[in-house]
Structure formats: C-alpha cells, structure tokens
Design a protein around this ligand. Structure first.
Ligand SMILES: Cc1cc2nc3c(=O)[nH]c(=O)nc-3n(C[C@H](O)[C@H](O)[C@H](O)COP(=O)(O)OP(=O)(O)OC[C@H]3O[C@@H](n4cnc5c(N)ncnc54)[C@H](O)[C@@H]3O)c2cc1C
Length: 607
C-alpha cells in the first residue's frame, strides 16, 4: 500500500481531493491554488490529460469567460491560443428560397462586441495550460490512470479514499472531496443523488479541419461579399468568430471557430427530432446539407478530425454541496442544455462557491453557507430549465426566438453576470437579498416561456412567413441595453447591489409586459395595441397566457382609447416582423392546445 505525499510536504493528508481533471476539476484546483495554501490532490482515470479528442464546452459567455480570464488569470493565454468570441448569432432560412446562399438567411445578433470579452475555447489546449500551471505549484499533486477509486465520506473526521495507479494501491485521507468527474458522476452515483429533469435533448458533433467561414458560403464574389448592403445592419466584424446557430423548430446547429479547425454540432429535442436521420456522421452531414443547403458547398469536402454524440445529455442532481465537506461541480452534478453555453457558467459559479466553502474555517458558518450555496446552485440551474424544457420549439421562428432570447439574456446579464463580476455571491449578506429579488422572476419566467411557445405555434398557423430575410440586433430592445449597463457597475456594496437588482426587476417586468403587448398587437393585427395605455396597463406580467379570443375581446374593450402608454424604450423595433395573416380562419387550424383555450389572458388583476 502506497501513501501519496503532497509534493514538498511530508503529510499523507490532503486538504482537498478533486476527482476528474476536466474543465471543472482543473479550474477549481487553479482557483484554490491562486487563493490559498491548500494542499490539493487531483486524480483522473485517463492516462492522457487532456485527451486528444473533441470536448464540447467550447463557447464561453460573459460569466464563464470572466471566470477563466480574470478570476483564474488566464487572459493572456486565452488571447494567444484561442479566438476571442463575437457574441452569439442565430440564423433562419427564408421561406420560398433555396437557402443555398448565406444572404438567404435571416439573422439575429448583437452587433457590438461585449464589454466582457468571451472566447471560443479549444478545451484541450486550455486544460493542458491549466494542468501545466497547477503543476508549477508545490501544493498540487496530480495522479492519472487512477482505477478502482473508492471514497468513504465522513460527517466528522477526514474522508478516506483509496485507488490504484500504475498498479499500486494507494490510500489516504483528505478534509474535502470535490467530484468533478463529468458524466462519470462518481459521487452522485455512489451517494444516490442522481435525479432526472424534464429536458430530453441529444447532440451529435464533430470537428473539421480549417475554418468554415459561413459568410463565404454563397455565389457572391469576394468583392460582392465585402460590399453587400446587409453590412449596413451587420457591420464588418468577422461573424465567423461568433457562436453561430442555424435554427429550426426544436433544434439548432452550431458553428464555432477554433484555431485551425471548426467545431460543428447539432442539438435537438428528442421528442420532436427524427434522430434516426443523423445516426452516423455521413447521415448527419447529409441532413445538415439538406436542412441548411449553404453547407452543401463546404462540409462534404472537409477533412473530419473527430466525431461524437450524446443521445440524452441533461440531468439534475439532488445535492451538490454539503457541510460534511464534499461538493460536486461541472457535469458531475447538474447539466441542462448547451444553448447559450451555461455549462461553463455553472462551473464558474459552483467552483467559486465551493472554493469559498473550502476556505471557511468555522463549522457553523460552513453549515449556513452550505445551505445557502445549495439553494443558490439549485435556483440558478432551475431557472434555466423552462428555457429548454418548455420553449425549445420557438427556435423555429426568428421573431419568437428574439422575444425568448431577449428575455433570457436580460435576466442573465442582470441576475447572473452582474453579481458574479462583483464577487457578490460570496459576499456576506448578499444571497438573501438576491433571492428576495430573483423570486419575482420565477413565475413570470415560466409563464412567459409557455406564452412565447404558444405564440410560436399560433403564428405558424395564422400568419404568413416573412417574405425576405430579416436582420435584428437584440440590443435594439431597451431593457436588454439597460441590463447590460450593469456590467459597468463594479465594486458595489450589498446595499447598492440590492438597489440595482430592484431596478432590474422593474426593467424585467416591463420587458415581460412589452413581450405580451407586442404579441397581442400581432394577434389583434393592430400595432396601436402596443401603445394603447389602458390595454397595456391591463397586462399583468405575473399572469400571462395566450388565449386568442380573450385577447381580442379585451382589446376590443380598450381599442377606442387615445391614451398613449409611455414605454421607457422604443416599443416599435420589432415591426419588421409583422406579416400578413393567412387567408383562413386561424382558429380552424390552431394547434389543439390553443384552440381549446390556454390559460387566461394577461391582464387579470391589472398592474
Ligand atoms: C452537446 C454539448 C455542447 C456543449 N457546449 C458547451 C459550450 O459551448 N459552452 C459551455 O460552457 N458548455 C458547453 N457544454 C457543457 C460542457 O461540455 C460542460 O460544462 C463541461 O464539459 C463539463 O466539464 P467537466 O470538467 O465537468 O467534465 P469533463 O471535462 O468531462 O471532465 C471529467 C473528467 O473526470 C474524469 N473522470 C470521470 N470519472 C472518473 C473517475 N471515476 N475517477 C477519476 N476520474 C474520472 C474524466 O476522465 C474527465 O477527465 C456542452 C455540453 C454538451 C452536452
């Protein structure tokens, strides 16, 4: 039996043992090494770290990017070895066109680069760099090729564990155990913590050699590409640097540039998507070229570097942190869906909370922190679930998706990014304040997700498709700009943060009211509904549902009013999405759930 000794130390006791040297484990180790003198043992079952294969988790967004670049101090590495990311962009085919050319597609995007830089990660390079940096630290010990890992958790004393490495049996003790074993879910399996969630999505993804520059997938000449009129809306930044999403009902296909290669992947809802059509890589490529014909110019001729798939990747976990000094981060715990890339964000949040718990000496303080942090982890995960479980269909329409994403991004900027970049989640007294504000949004969010989904299905049956590609910048909607302004509120106290979040709750409720008012104005086919004061004021953001007849009845009551509702932003920016009604009685063809009468129309109870 061998006892591993921390490098340069004689003790056989580690402060923290981390299981799994992926994104979550390596970054937690780095965070602890940067902020403490804890002795850390990181183990992985693989013999090669990082593996040469494609690992998804390539796109970062503000929170994860801030974590890797600023908190983990990897900014220079990220700028040297990875591409800076140019936001998220979404594309839709145009009805009646062949969609063989890039310019056939409608686009929704944020034109300006975010003030918080984000990156497209070659995960293997990033993980290699984090391992290298961690190994420079004498308090860090790493063991690969670990097998037969067994852990015995203790409520009072140190945890004990044993494993085999290079044929040797090892046993030791540690104060904390953090499981970051990814889909291995080591602790969740062992402790009976596995839990299902309602998201049943799958993915199939691959790397190709070289850059797939989607703007070049066209008949246009290089000069025509440079001088195209659409640039008046889109500008000149290289759009291939974005996480580019080609969307359809219940699925999306990503195009992510990495240095020297491109990552491509399809994510789909198992309940609606014909999975058998993509059951092999050649079938997947055929499907992509058929669904989004511009790719037929490129993908069939590319050298494939790697391919993998996951049939059903989403799950919950009963508990991810305990006062008994164990925790779970990354995919070893909870995972929702990669749309909007929340995986890295949840790693950033969990690792930050776990590192803070590990550095808490007082047992009673640890108990109360563990309870708060568990609640926070659950809530931040749970808030994403309706976005993926309820309204994935909405990916099929640019306007409906714009409503959905603007809402979700506004919540994200104000309630995830702003507190995170201010270290507020680990500032004493903040979390109860946060929950008192965040709680306003749960019901509004879940109702809105259903409302937008119902609108999507109604629109499909009742309205003509757009006659040409539309271009819209999500930032045209004032509430999103308002939420983004919180990125410039830095170094705030808990009290100041509470005031800022109060203002953001008001901002979000006004956005919810706007979304309902906009949809109603389409349903009643009268854009004046959007500024009709008594009608808009009758919308209660906490009580939202799409019942077409009730909306029409209610508007009829107020239609003669000349009083104007004063929106704090321009409410007419989505007018480009107004299309003609179809020449039929919409109700004849409505999906059953709508025709039967959905939940009551917003407005019950008023403001
Ligand atoms: C289709 C898809 C696309 C995604 N895209 C994005 C994205 O664009 N952006 C984003 O932020 N997130 C994305 N994610 C999420 C992202 O992939 C995860 O957040 C991330 O990979 C999780 O990293 P991890 O460290 O938890 O797990 P991993 O990176 O898988 O690391 C786990 C490690 O644990 C080791 N291990 C497992 N079992 C044991 C054991 N018993 N003993 C020892 N070691 C063990 C493994 O060998 C491995 O090295 C995506 C997820 C999916 C499914």
């Amino acid at each position: 039996m061998t006892v591993i000794k921390p490098q340069s130390k004689t003790s056989d006791h580690f402060d923290v043992m981390i299981i799994g040297a992926g994104l979550a484990g390596l970054s937690l180790a780095r965070q602890l090494l940067l902020n403490s003198d804890k002795r850390i043992l990181l183990v992985d079952k693989r013999s090669q770290i990082p593996s040469p294969h494609q690992k998804v988790g390539e796109a970062t967004v503000q929170m994860s990017a801030y974590y890797f670049s600023k908190v983990l101090d990897l900014e220079e590495h990220l700028l040297r070895e990875h591409f800076m990311k140019y936001n998220l962009r979404f594309y839709w085919k145009t009805a009646g066109r062949e969609n063989r050319n890039f310019e056939d597609y409608g686009q929704a995007y944020i034109r300006n680069l975010s003030n918080i830089a984000s990156y497209q990660l070659d995960r293997n390079k990033l993980e290699a760099e984090m391992l290298r940096l961690n190994l420079e630290c004498p308090n860090f010990t790493f063991r690969k090729s670990v097998a037969n890992l067994d852990v015995s958790l203790s409520d009072t004393g140190p945890h004990s564990l044993c494993f085999k490495t290079d044929g040797e049996a090892v046993s030791l003790e540690c104060s904390w155990i953090v499981d970051t074993s990814g889909r291995g879910k080591f602790l969740a399996r062992k402790e009976g913590l596995l839990r299902e969630n309602p998201i049943r999505h799958g993915a199939s993804f691959f790397w190709v050699e070289g850059l797939v520059n989607i703007e070049k997938l066209t008949d246009r000449s290089p000069q025509e590409i440079r001088l195209k009129k659409e640039r008046a809306a889109t500008g000149h930044l290289p759009i291939w640097l974005a996480t580019n999403h080609f969307c359809g009902e219940g699925f999306w296909f990503w195009v992510i540039p990495l240095q020297g290669k491109t990552s491509l992947g399809l994510v789909y809802d198992n309940q609606t998507f014909p999975r058998e059509r993509i059951s092999s890589l050649p079938k997947l490529i055929d499907w992509i070229c058929e669904e989004f014909p511009l790719f037929a110019r490129d993908l069939p001729y590319r050298k494939i570097l790697d391919h993998s798939s996951l049939k059903d990747f989403s799950y919950d976990c009963k508990q991810t942190i305990s006062p008994s000094r164990w925790a779970i981060a990354g995919e070893a715990g909870r995972f929702t869906d990669p749309l909007y890339s929340p995986g890295g964000d949840l790693i950033a949040l969990h690792n930050t909370l776990i590192a803070d718990a590990i550095l808490t000496r007082d047992a009673s303080e640890l108990r109360s922190k563990a309870q708060l942090y568990e609640h926070l982890m659950k809530s931040c995960y749970g808030a994403y679930v309706p976005s993926f479980a309820v309204s994935y269909d909405v990916l099929g329409d640019q306007e409906a998706m714009t409503l959905k994403y603007t809402w979700e991004l506004t919540v994200y900027f104000a309630f995830y990014v702003f507190p995170f970049i201010n270290d507020l989640f680990t500032t004493k007294g903040f979390i109860p304040v946060y929950f008192s504000k965040f709680a306003h949004l749960g019901l509004v969010n879940s109702n809105l997700q259903t409302f937008i989904k119902d609108y999507y299905h109604w629109k499909k049956f009742a309205r003509q498709p757009a006659s040409g590609p539309a271009f819209n910048d999500f930032m045209e909607l004032g509430p999103l700009r308002n939420a983004e302004s919180t990125f410039y509120r830095v170094g705030v106290s808990v009290e100041e943060a509470g005031d800022i979040l109060d203002a953001q709750v008001r901002n979000l409720l006004e956005l919810a009211r706007f979304i309902v008012a906009h949809v109603c104005s389409i349903v009643v086919d009268d854009e004046r509904a959007l500024s009709n004061r008594p009608f808009v004021e009758s919308i209660n953001p906490y009580d939202v549902g799409l019942d077409i007849e009730k909306i029409r009845e209610r508007y009829a009551k107020f239609a003669d009013s000349r009083e104007v509702y004063q929106w704090p932003f321009d409410p007419f920016v989505l007018q480009r999405f107004r299309t003609e009604g179809k020449k039929m009685h919409a109700r004849d063809k409505l999906p059953k759930m709508l025709a039967d009468g959905a939940p009551s129309f917003a407005g019950v109870g008023g403001r």
